[in-house]
Write a protein that binds this ligand. Structure first.
Ligand SMILES: [Fe+2]
Ligand SMILES: [Fe+2]
Length: 395
C-alpha cells in the first residue's frame, strides 16, 4: 500500500469540497506530493528490512534461549538440546539455504563445544557426538530450506498465472462493455452509471467485495445482448410493434449466453444480466420470475437501470428530475422492484451515493479494475476513490 501523509490526505479532503474547476489543481498537487513521497521512502523495502532484522533477532534470542535451557537442565545429557532445531527450521522457512547453514553451524556450537555433557561435573561431550549432531542440523535445515524455496517459487508462479487469468477476464468483460456502449450511442454512460449505482445499492444491502465486483460487471453488461438486436429496432424513434418488442426481449437471454460461452466463471454475472427485466410481481421478462426467485443482481440492476434511464436525456424526451425518478422507484416498491432493494436505494440516495447523468461530480473518471480472488474463480472490485469518498462521507 502506498504511504500517505496527513497533509496529502488533507489535500484529498479539500479536493472533494471543490467544484470541478478547482478539482484538477488539487488532484495534480496531490499526485505530485504522493510521487515525491514515493521517491523519498521506499516503504516496501524498509518493511522488508525491518522484518528480516526482526527474524534474525528472534533466531539469535532462540539460540541464546536454547543455550540457557540446556545449561540450566544439566547439559546435553538431558533431552532439551533438540530445541536447537527450532531456530534452524525457522531460518530455513524465513531465509533460505545460506542463512540456514549459518544458523545450523551456530546451533552446533551452542549445544556443542560451548556446552558440557554434564554441567555439574564439567564433563565435556565427545567431539564425534556434537559433530554428528551438527551434520543433522545442517542436513535437515538445508532440506527444509530448499523445499520451502521450491514451494515458494511454485506459489509465486501460481499467483502470476492467477493474476494473468484475472487480467484476461477483465479485458474480455471490458471489451464487451465497449461493444454495448458503441452499439447504443444514445445512452452514453448509461451502463457505467447503472453499474456504479448498482454497487452503491449492493453496499447498502451489505454485499461484500467479491459480490460487489460481480454486481459491478452485471450492471455494466446488463444490456450486452443488445448487440444481437437489429439496429433498426434499437434506434427506432417511435413505439415498437409486438414483433419488434419480442426481438428486444431476447437481449436478456443473449447476454447471458455470451457470458457463459466465454467462461462458466461468469455465471453470477450472467444470472444478473439475464434477470434485469424481471419484476418483483412476476410480470417481467424473459422468464416471468417473481420475488426471491429473481437473482439478487437482477433485482438490483433493475432498479438502477430504471432510475438511470429516467434521469438521462434521450433524443425523444427530457430527463426526469431526480426527485421524480426517485418517486417512480418508490412507487414500484413491492410491484416492479424488490422492497429491500428500494429501501437500500433510498438510503444510498439520501447519502449522495447514487449518480445520474447531470451529476457534475467527477465520479466517472476513475476506472474500476478487477482482480481475481484467492479462490481463483471470482472477479472482485477494487473500490475506487469515488465509492470510498461517497461512502466515507456518509458512514
Ligand atoms: Fe435491458
Ligand atoms: Fe439499461
Amino acid at each position: 500500500m502506498r504511504p500517505e501523509c496527513g497533509t496529502i490526505r488533507a489535500w484529498g479532503i479539500l479536493r472533494t469540497e471543490r467544484e470541478n474547476g478547482g478539482y484538477a489543481v488539487f488532484d495534480r498537487l496531490q499526485n505530485r506530493a504522493q510521487a515525491l513521497l514515493d521517491r523519498t521512502i521506499d516503504r516496501t523495502a524498509l518493511e522488508r528490512r525491518l522484518s528480516m532484522a526482526l527474524a534474525l533477532g528472534v533466531i539469535v534470542l532462540a539460540l541464546l534461549g536454547v543455550w540457557w535451557w540446556v545449561a540450566s537442565t544439566g547439559g546435553t545429557r538431558g533431552p532439551y538440546l533438540h530445541a536447537a532445531y527450532l531456530p534452524v527450521l525457522f531460518a530455513a522457512v524465513a531465509f533460505g539455504l545460506p542463512t540456514t547453514i549459518l544458523v545450523a553451524l551456530a546451533a552446533t556450537i551452542v549445544v556443542g563445544p560451548l556446552m558440557p555433557l554434564d554441567v555439574e561435573t564439567g564433563e565435556p561431550q565427545a567431539r564425534r557426538a556434537w559433530l554428528y549432531r551438527g551434520a543433522f542440523f545442517v542436513g535437515i535445515g538445508g532440506f527444509v530450506a530448499v523445499a520451502t524455496s521450491l514451494l515458494r517459487a511454485r506459489a509465486e508462479r501460481s499467483a502470476e498465472l492467477r493474476h494473468g487469468l484475472a487480467d484476461t477476464y477483465s479485458r474480455n468483460l471490458k471489451m464487451f462493455a465497449g461493444l454495448v456502449e458503441s452499439r447504443d450511442e444514445q445512452t452514453h454512460g448509461h451502463c457505467d452509471r447503472v453499474a456504479r449505482n448498482g454497487v452503491a445499492i449492493g453496499r447498502r444491502l451489505g454485499l461484500d467485495g467479491q459480490s460487489l465486483g460481480r454486481l459491478y460487471w452485471a450492471g455494466l453488461l446488463h444490456d450486452l445482448g443488445k448487440i444481437g438486436v437489429p439496429e433498426a429496432i434499437l434506434h427506432k424513434p417511435g413505439p415498437l410493434t409486438d414483433e419488434e418488442f419480442a426481438e428486444v426481449k431476447k437481449h436478456c437471454e443473449l447476454g447471458r449466453t455470451i457470458l457463459l460461452n466465454v467462461s462458466d466463471h461468469f455465471a453470477p454475472i450472467a444470472d444478473g444480466v439475464h434477470a434485469h427485466h424481471e419484476r418483483w410481481d412476476g410480470k417481467g421478462y424473459p422468464r416471468g420470475l417473481s420475488g426471491d426467485a429473481i437473482p439478487l443482481f437482477g433485482r438490483i440492476v433493475a432498479a438502477a437501470d430504471v432510475f438511470e434511464a429516467l434521469t438521462s436525456r434521450r433524443p425523444y424526451r427530457d430527463p426526469l428530475a431526480t426527485a421524480d425518478a426517485r418517486r417512480v422507484i418508490e412507487e414500484g416498491r413491492g410491484t416492479h422492484f424488490d422492497p429491500a432493494v428500494v429501501d437500500a436505494f433510498l438510503v444510498a440516495v439520501e447519502h449522495g451515493e447514487i449518480g445520474f447523468e447531470a451529476d457534475t461530480s467527477p465520479f466517472v473518471e476513475t476506472p474500476i479494475e478487477s482482480i481475481l480472488q484467492p479462490d481463483g474463480i471470482g472477479m472482485d472490485l477494487l473500490v475506487d476513490p469515488w465509492l470510498a469518498r461517497r461512502s466515507g462521507a456518509s458512514d
